[in-house]
Design a protein around this ligand. Structure first.
Ligand code: ATP
Ligand code: MG
Ligand code: MG
Ligand code: MG
Length: 505
């Protein structure tokens, strides 16, 4: 993979005083593996990092502490200013975080704007941290004498049962928990006792701004987030032609010396190719269209569930077309920018004019995103790529969530502030294009529904059946560790259709 990807995209880490057997490092994400073993007087540390050519960059070691970091930071410039003057500048994100840990201890994680999961092994302690959005999932199993952590739950599936923690348990993996978004778990290795620090929470207050001020702030924040996410290489934007991804593509193109790459997916049943083409033409990108036959798309359901480790059927429907696209890109290790997630803080899914309902929807979505793994880099990781989402940059998200609802819905338009910010950057037809979800534009929702009704599921049981299909897939590819190519979507659908209570069919 190219060197402009993060040093590591995932890890398994074992901090032990119990001398137990090491776990198999099982990941859905692709990547080279590097193992590190250390022993101090009171405990041992073993890590396996999934890397893209420079595994040393994923670790930092100083003063008896070791940090392992999967992912990357987006506010290094600010963070560097916090280091004591005269100190040698850290050469990697991992070294920077460890240097901040020296000064701030676990509170260092409150300072970071990034897309990461991290572990610090310090004498007697294992400190686990997620970014504000938990966008790189992190799982933990802790018991007296051992703390096992991994960026994919399946890597912990053979762990001995851990003790209960104040975190979300993972289905059918006893004692394995997901570290919440924006959280540090500070665990005492000898006892497994855990202290929790929240490092981020969605803003609850709403900011009043003049139109021009709001528009200017949003434009500036998104531009900055796009810039922080593009390296020296040509960025690739997954582009639908909707306002969210068109904004990201246009801003990435503006800062790029040459043309950027864009790619759109469609199926034999539905696509947004004409809409994306308008944008690609306007920004002069090297654009590709990838058509995935619906049967192939549906065959990727096990891969999607295995990558996202998600039990929510709606989310899986959003992620399926993207997963299928990432698996078809073919290139080596690309850095991918998406427009994913803009609709959550802006209430883009909310298709009517009333502001109380809009803000209620924003509050609900910001209260319930955690644990869905919508943003996980593993989706593109199974194709060997790294993805990143500018709208869920910490600064962008703080701003978008906190805008008063009348700036999100205005003059009868959804996502008004974003559309207004792009008025002079994108063609008018793009700026006013109504929202269309990726699951709709690719025909995913309807083809998944048809798969179930063809198997005999009554229409009013389709949602329940989708939930059961996703759950069964989760059990097979995460809990039981089966390979997704060996799991047939059709067979799982038949199983679920047969099991639905006969009286209701
Ligand atoms: P809007 O929400 O207004 O429709 P959008 O299409 O950019 O804008 P979503 O529909 O929410 O956003 O989709 C989420 C993201 O997934 C997009 O921003 C884009 O990055 C990616 N995406 C969606 N549809 C496609 C597609 N057909 N091809 C490639 N990428 C897509
Ligand atoms: Mg969108
Ligand atoms: Mg979106
Ligand atoms: Mg869309």
């Amino acid at each position: 993979m190219a060197s402009t990807l993060p040093a590591a995209v995932g890890f398994l880490a074992e901090v032990r005083q119990d001398g137990g057997r090491p776990l198999d490092a099982v990941f859905a994400s692709l990547g080279s593996r590097a193992e590190l073993k250390e022993r101090t007087a009171d405990q041992s540390l073993r890590t396996v990092v999934l890397h893209s050519g420079a595994p040393d960059g994923a670790h930092a070691r100083a003063r008896g502490r070791t940090l392992v970091l999967a992912g990357e930071l987006y506010n290094q410039d600010e963070l560097l200013r916090l280091l004591p003057p005269g100190q040698a500048l850290p050469g990697t994100d991992a070294a920077l975080v460890l240097a901040l840990f020296d000064t701030y201890d676990a509170h260092a994680f409150r300072l970071l704007n990034g897309r990461f999961a991290a572990l610090v092994a310090a004498p007697g302690r294992a400190v686990l941290a997620t970014d504000h959005a938990g966008s790189v999932p992190l799982y933990v199993s802790a018991a007296p004498g051992r703390v096992l952590a991994a960026t994919e739950a399946k890597a912990l599936r053979t762990a001995p049962a851990g003790r209960p923690l104040a975190a979300r348990p993972v289905r059918r993996l006893p004692g394995t928990h997901q570290v919440p978004a924006g959280t540090v778990l500070d665990i005492e290795v000898a006892t497994g006792n855990c202290v929790t620090h929240r490092t981020w929470t969605p803003p609850l207050a709403r900011r009043i701004m003049r139109e021009e001020e709001a528009v200017e702030s949003v434009r500036h924040a998104v531009e900055h987030a796009v810039r922080a996410r593009t390296g020296a290489d040509t960025p690739l934007v997954v582009l639908s032609g909707g306002i969210d991804s068109s904004t990201v593509a246009a801003l990435a193109a503006r800062r790029s010396a040459g043309p950027i790459d864009t790619v759109s997916m469609g199926t034999d049943e539905a696509d947004e190719f004409p809409q994306a083409r308008v944008v690609a033409g306007h920004i002069g990108s090297a654009h590709r269209e990838i058509t995935i036959p619906t049967a192939d798309l549906l065959r990727r359901l096990p891969h999607t569930v295995r990558a996202a480790e998600c039990l929510d059927p709606d989310i899986v429907e959003y992620l399926l077309p993207l997963t299928a696209l990432y698996l078809r890109l073919g290139d080596q290790g690309r850095r991918i920018l998406t427009g994913y997630g803009a609709d959550i803080p802006l209430g883009g899914m909310h298709r009517e004019d009333r502001l109380p309902e809009l803000d209620t929807a924003v509050c609900r979505d910001m209260d319930t995103f955690d644990g869905l793994n919508e943003m996980t880099p593993t989706l593109s990781g199974i194709g060997g790529h790294w993805s990143t989402h500018p709208y869920w940059d910490r600064d962008v998200l703080d701003l978008l969530v906190s805008l008063e609802a009348g700036l999100k819905r205005r003059y009868g338009q959804d996502k008004w502030v974003l559309r207004a910010a792009m008025g002079d950057v994108l063609p008018h037809e793009v700026v006013v294009r109504p929202k269309l979800g990726v699951h709709e534009g690719s025909g995913t929702t309807s083809s998944f529904t048809r798969l179930l009704t063809d198997a005999g599921v009554p229409r009013d049981r389709v949602r329940r059946a989708k939930q059961l299909v996703v759950q069964e897939l989760f059990d097979q590819v995460v809990v039981e560790g089966r390979q997704p190519d060996e799991v047939a979507t059709g067979a799982v659908v038949e199983l679920v259709a047969d099991r639905l209570p006969a009286g209701v069919r």
